[in-house]
Every structure is written in structure tokens, then in C-alpha cells.
Design a binder for this molecule. Structure first.
Ligand code: PLP
Length: 455
């Protein structure tokens, strides 16, 4: 099955010469050399030298149905032959756009029935900023411009999406963010709980929204945006009190609520959408990743009746992308959703592999002094690394213990992610119990090696 791209040094040198990577230090990477991935099947990928890696991150949280699904490549090939491209500007549509929009509308929480297409999570979030500001303008409240997001929130890499997000290292890359964006604390109990119970802390973190709204003036606030469970911020699973209080506050001040489902959507949490898990009733929902399992770039925004009915009366909606609703991406996404539904992957995450994954990680953590907390839900988890569990003592950031651990895991055949002081996992939804056992064995070896290096 494996082809051989054997000359690693030559590939790395060309890569360093011409390819600027996402989220990497170019100079450091050029010295080290990129890892080159050439094949994927199920939950595994292979590098160019034939080493098999268990992909504990489903690519970038996206390959829900696993790699190498013949039915998806067949559908892409057929659609490319039949109609490789058409767009939805100026009143045209394709059956693939129509079918996918209807399918998404059937899955989303009640009332979120109107679907716009984009090509990435970032574009979907930019779209939201435009729609929401347009909504308030049409409502005769043009001062309602400001979006409130959260520290460690991640909503993408375009200027708008970076501004919505709360990643300080991204804000710091250029001199300033766009105006009209504010941030509140995140609901990370393990880091910020400070003696409060999870429930008490959930209320405190949510009430930071009310404080921010009052500080800005309610008439200046357009919307609050949050991931149901914060993924790239380190798998921050909210206390049970958090979202109900956020919703209460949004309603009280008539602030629109945006649930960023780019990671949580399409089964990762054991529900089709994270909003369903946490009882959130958003006004708008951006989604991407699991929508096509990453087989082709596509994203969508589901718009609820409250916003759509106003936009509907507002005349020309001057928004869209050349590739919005690309027919090949739509056909593949539609078939991908069918696979998730027909194979019962969402129920499987909720009832079988999700609980097994967390139980296995907890067992590992209980016996490992390096793990202070396991958190997450469904098939997304973080292991928070600590120098000491009690009293809770973290590694110095410059020690980069989690990055060391991640590199050890890669070298031992498991792809994981390091976020701050945590090791993050988000495997394909098709992962088996045996593959989870393999993952946990590899994690143990990586944690042992990290403990030996740092403690
Ligand atoms: N929103 C969330 C919650 C994400 O996790 C991401 C990407 O990781 C994005 C938005 C941005 O998506 P993209 O990288 O497709 O632009």
C-alpha cells in the first residue's frame, strides 16, 4: 500500500526552501525538518519512510470518518466529472448545495434552518461578523457592533477570526487587532477555579459576560461567541452552570449568541452538535471540520429565524465566496454526513467509545503522577501535565514539558497535540477500543519518558 518517498532530506530541504508552514517557526522548522505524511487509512497515517502513526488528533480535529474512505473519493471523482464547479452568486444553485443545506438544517437545533456556505471555519466566522452587524443595522441599532469572545477562544486565522478569538500569541503577532472585539475569562476550572466548586466557578465565569456588557454598554454589544467546549484553548469543558447563565445574560441584554461548532459539530462530543449537549440555543452556528471530515475544504453557517427573518427583509445580501457551496465539496460533505448517520457514529461516541476513552485515560492518569487532570467529553480530551499533583504545581512554561511529551509520542507512533501544559487528543470517531488501548499504552510510554526528563 505504501509508496516510497524515500529521500527525506531532499523533501525537507525543498519544504524549507519554498513552503511556509502554518503555526510554525520557519527557522526552527528548517533546522529540524518537517515530518512528511504520505498515506492514511482508518485511524492511521504513514510518514514518507513508512512509519505508521496512530492519529490521535484526526488531522486537525476533523477526520471524523477516518482516512481512506473509498466512497468519498468515488463521489468526488463522479462530481468532478459531472460538474466540477458552479457557484451560488446572483441566483444560481446546484443540487449538491441544495441537498447539503437541507441535510444540515435537519441536524441543527430547532430553528437554525438557513445555511450559508464558506470554505473554512475562519471564513464562516468572518461571515458571522458581517451578518450580525447587518442584522443590527437593519434593526435600527447600528451601535451594536462589538463582539465578546473569550480568552483562549479560537475562531480562526483571518483578521476578523483572530480578533474574535482570545489567543494572545496571535493578537501579539501584529501590532493591533480589529476594533469592536472584546474578551472575557474562559471557564477553565482547573486553572482558575481557585477553591470554588465547578458549579460556583461556572457561574462566576459566565457572569464575566454581564460585567463586560455593562462595561461596554448593552447598546454597543452585538453578540457573544463561544465554542460549546473550547478545543484549541486546551479542551476547556464548561461547568454545568456555565451555558445556562450565559444564555440568561444574552437574553436579558438582547445579545445574539453564536456557538462555534467548528470542532464540536458532527459528533465529536457524542451529540451531533455541542450545543445539543450543553442545552445551548444559539442564534447562529458556524461549522466546518467534521462537516466533510476534512476530505475537502467546506464550512457552513446555520442562521436561526430571528436573524434570518430580518436579513430576509433587508434586500441584497452582499456576501459570499467564489467557492461557497462548491459542488464537489458539497457532494463529499453530504456523503460524509450519511456515513456518520448510517454507521451510527454519534451514538457510538456517546455510548461506547467515548466513555471507554475517558475511562481508559482516567485509569492512566490515576496511576501517573505527571497528570493533574483529565478533562473533556466524547472523543475529545486533555491530560493536564503537572510537576506535582498536590499541592498542584505546574511546570515552568519555558520547560515546554507538553511539547517534549508530544514529540516523544510522535516518535513512538502516536500523534497528539500540546496546548499550553496539556496533551490534547481528538481521534477519528471510528476509533476502536483496541486502538484506544494502543493509544493509552503509547501515552503511558510518552508520559514516563517526559517524567524521566523533567521530574
Ligand atoms: N473555530 C474553531 C472552534 C476552530 O477550532 C477552528 C480551527 O481549528 C476554526 C474556527 C477555524 O477554522 P479554519 O482553520 O478552517 O479556518
Amino acid at each position: 500500500m505504501l509508496r516510497n518517498f524515500a529521500d527525506t532530506a531532499a523533501l525537507q530541504s525543498l519544504d524549507a526552501a519554498h513552503h511556509v508552514h502554518s503555526f510554525a517557526d520557519p527557522k526552527a522548522l528548517a533546522q529540524k525538518g518537517a515530518r512528511i505524511i504520505t498515506q492514511g487509512k482508518g485511524c492511521y497515517v504513514w510518514d514518507n519512510e513508512g512509519n505508521r502513526l496512530l492519529d490521535g488528533m484526526a488531522g486537525l480535529w476533523c477526520v471524523a470518518v477516518g482516512y481512506g474512505r473509498q466512497e468519498l473519493s468515488d463521489i468526488a471523482a463522479r462530481q468532478m466529472t459531472e460538474l466540477a464547479y458552479y457557484n451560488n452568486h446572483f441566483g444560481t444553485s446546484t443540487p449538491q448545495m441544495i441537498e447539503l443545506a437541507e441535510k444540515i438544517a435537519r441536524l441543527t437545533p430547532d430553528g437554525l434552518d438557513h445555511i450559508l456556505f464558506a470554505n473554512s471555519g475562519s471564513e464562516a466566522n468572518d461571515t458571522i461578523v458581517r451578518l450580525v452587524r447587518r442584522y443590527w443595522m437593519l434593526q435600527g441599532k447600528p451601535t451594536r457592533q462589538t463582539f465578546i469572545g473569550r480568552d483562549l477562544g479560537y475562531h480562526g486565522s483571518t483578521l476578523c477570526a483572530v480578533s474574535l478569538g482570545g489567543m494572545s500569541h496571535m493578537h501579539g503577532m501584529a501590532p493591533e487587532m480589529l476594533p469592536g472585539f472584546a474578551h472575557i475569562m474562559h471557564p477553565h476550572h482547573y486553572l482558575l477555579g481557585d477553591g470554588l466548586t465547578r458549579e460556583e466557578f461556572g457561574l462566576k465565569a459566565a457572569r464575566a459576560l454581564e460585567e463586560k456588557i455593562l462595561e461596554l454598554g448593552p447598546d454597543n454589544v452585538a453578540a457573544f461567541i463561544g465554542e460549546p467546549l473550547q478545543g484549541a484553548g486546551g479542551v476547556i469543558d464548561p461547568p454545568s452552570t456555565y451555558w445556562p447563565e450565559i444564555q440568561r445574560i444574552c437574553r436579558r441584554y438582547d445579545i445574539l449568541l453564536v456557538a462555534d461548532e467548528v470542532i464540536c459539530g458532527f459528533g465529536r462530543t457524542g451529540e451531533w452538535f455541542g450545543s445539543q449537549l450543553y442545552g445551548i440555543q444559539p442564534d447562529l452556528m458556524p461549522m466546518a471540520k467534521g462537516l466533510s471530515s476534512g476530505y475537502l475544504p467546506i464550512a457552513a453557517v446555520a442562521v436561526g429565524a430571528k436573524v434570518f427573518d430580518v436579513l430576509n427583509e433587508g434586500g441584497l445580501l452582499a456576501h459570499g465566496f467564489t467557492y461557497s457551496g462548491h459542488p464537489v465539496a458539497c457532494a463529499v460533505a453530504s456523503a460524509n454526513i450519511d456515513i456518520i448517520a448510517n454507521e451510527g457514529l454519534v451514538d457510538r461516541v456517546r455510548e461506547d467509545v467515548g466513555p471507554y476513552f475517558h475511562q481508559s485515560l482516567r485509569q492512566l492518569a490515576d496511576s501517573h503522577p505527571l497528570v493533574g487532570e483529565v478533562r473533556g467529553v466524547g472523543l475529545v480530551a486533555a491530560l493536564h501535565l503537572v510537576r506535582d499533583r498536590a499541592p498542584k504545581t505546574f511546570f515552568a512554561p519555558e520547560q515546554q514539558a507538553a511539547i517534549h511529551c508530544r514529540e516523544t509520542l510522535w516518535d513512538n507512533g502516536l500523534i497528539a497535540r500540546a496546548v499550553g501544559q496539556a496533551i490534547v487528543l481528538s481521534p477519528p470517531l471510528v476509533i476502536t477500543r483496541a486502538e484506544i488501548d494502543e493509544m493509552v499504552d503509547k501515552l503511558k510510554a510518552g508520559l514516563d519518558a517526559t517524567a524521566a526528563a523533567f521530574v
